[in-house]
Design a protein around this ligand. Structure first.
Ligand SMILES: CC(C)(COP(=O)(O)OP(=O)(O)OC[C@H]1O[C@@H](n2cnc3c(N)ncnc32)[C@H](O)[C@@H]1OP(=O)(O)O)[C@@H](O)C(=O)NCCC(=O)NCCS
Length: 196
């Protein structure tokens, strides 16, 4: 496929094998690859990339420059801010205690999950619903996130635990004995990293 042929008249690209339901909004420069489904009333920003087999549910909001790798369902209640990265086969949820026998259907049942700017979620990680994942945080592959994640935190394991702090590039931050980063840009106080 040649570059010039990729975008449709609305300025985004969606592969022929994917469905785009009525009422969705997709921004310029966004690419949606094979076997994906964009449901009505969802909003996807500009310059995003959605891989193969991605489902974006009704009323979902996705910012600009977001990357969603293969096999991810962004369920209703989830919001992704700009530059969020969702690794392959990572899992969002929107019902905390699901029961087939007692179904909880419809928007009022779905818990909100907010993934803040530039957070990255590793392959096969799970985000339990109702949480906020902080900006620039890094969730290790396979982690199960059960609590809010502070900005710049590095979380791994099951249940997910904070094991360190990362900078905007995702590099580990090292601290001196006063909890000031060696680069001088951050100060750590009681599980909160502030920029100096
Ligand atoms: C298991 C579950 C029901 C527990 O909910 P809860 O009773 O509100 O539990 P809490 O959030 O208060 O957590 C209690 C403890 O269990 C841990 N925990 C909760 N869910 C966990 C999970 N899935 N894996 C590992 N640990 C978990 C928490 O970290 C916390 O640990 P702590 O006591 O050391 O701090 C819920 O977290 C869960 O996993 N729900 C399933 C969601 C899902 O898959 N939905 C699918 C449909 S969208």
């Amino acid at each position: 496929m040649k570059k010039g042929q990729m975008q449709n008249k609305n300025g985004f690209f969606i592969h022929d094998s994917s469905y785009n339901d009525k009422g969705s909004k997709i921004g310029k420069g966004t690419k949606i690859w094979h076997f994906s489904h964009i449901q009505g009333n969802s909003i996807i920003g500009e310059n995003c990339t959605l891989g193969q087999n991605v489902n974006v549910a009704k009323n979902v909001i996705i910012g600009n420059n977001v990357k969603i790798q293969n096999n991810v369902s962004v369920y209703e209640g989830v919001e992704l801010e700009d530059f969020v990265f969702c690794g392959p086969s990572m899992v969002f949820t929107n019902i905390k205690v699901p029961r087939s026998e007692f179904p909880q259907r419809g928007s009022k049942h779905y818990m909100k999950t907010l993934i803040k700017k530039s957070a990255s979620i590793g392959a096969n990680a799970t985000i339990i619903c109702g949480l906020t994942v902080g900006k620039y945080s890094l969730i290790g592959s396979g982690a199960v996130v059960t609590k809010n994640v502070p900005n710049y935190a590095l979380v791994i394991g099951n249940p997910g635990r904070i094991v360190g702090w990362v900078d905007k590039m995702g590099k580990r931050i090292k601290f001196d004995i006063n909890n000031v980063s060696l680069c001088g840009n951050f100060k750590l106080t009681k599980n909160t990293l502030s920029e100096k």
